[in-house]
Ligand binder design. Structure first.
Ligand SMILES: [Zn+2]
Length: 142
């Protein structure tokens, strides 16, 4: 197939390119690294990327998979940090989660929501302080 002319610069040809260092924004993540093996139609003169429908939906799948892995990794980190201060059961009570839910997140049995990842990340920054605040807030102190 003859490469198309770039509609942006009018000089280059659009060819499928694999390379490192490309990033994309996805949901709550500002910069996700696009796998270097992923082909994106790119102008060989100005570098403009031309994402057709097929490439865009393939990229979306790749980013979604990466995003879920990243959330899972981050939630595990936060839970481990917080669990040094309180039993997991206590954290589940404070966040209104069902018993054993944090274990399911840790084992990868469940995918955490970005909201829950955010909450746990904030608590993990200052576990003792945040947990006490929540205990007070819900009347579970002491
Ligand atoms: Zn171009």
């Amino acid at each position: 197939m003859k490469p198309r002319q770039c509609g942006e610069c009018g000089k280059g040809k659009i060819r499928k390119v694999k390379k490192a260092g490309r990033t994309a924004r996805y949901k709550t993540m500002q910069r996700i690294e696009i796998p270097k093996s992923f082909e994106i139609p790119t102008c060989d003169h100005c570098g403009t990327e031309w994402l057709d429908q097929k490439t865009a939906s393939a990229l979306d799948k790749v980013l979604e998979a990466w995003y879920r892995l990243e959330l899972s990794h981050r939630v595990r980190e936060s839970i481990d940090k917080i669990a040094q201060r309180r039993p997991q059961r206590r954290i589940e009570e404070l966040l209104g989660l069902s018993h054993g839910y944090l274990s399911k997140l840790k084992s990868g049995d469940r995918d955490p929501s970005p909201e829950l990842v955010s909450q746990l990340a904030l608590i993990a920054r200052e576990p003792e302080k945040r947990i006490k605040e929540l205990e007070e807030y819900w009347g579970l102190a002491g």
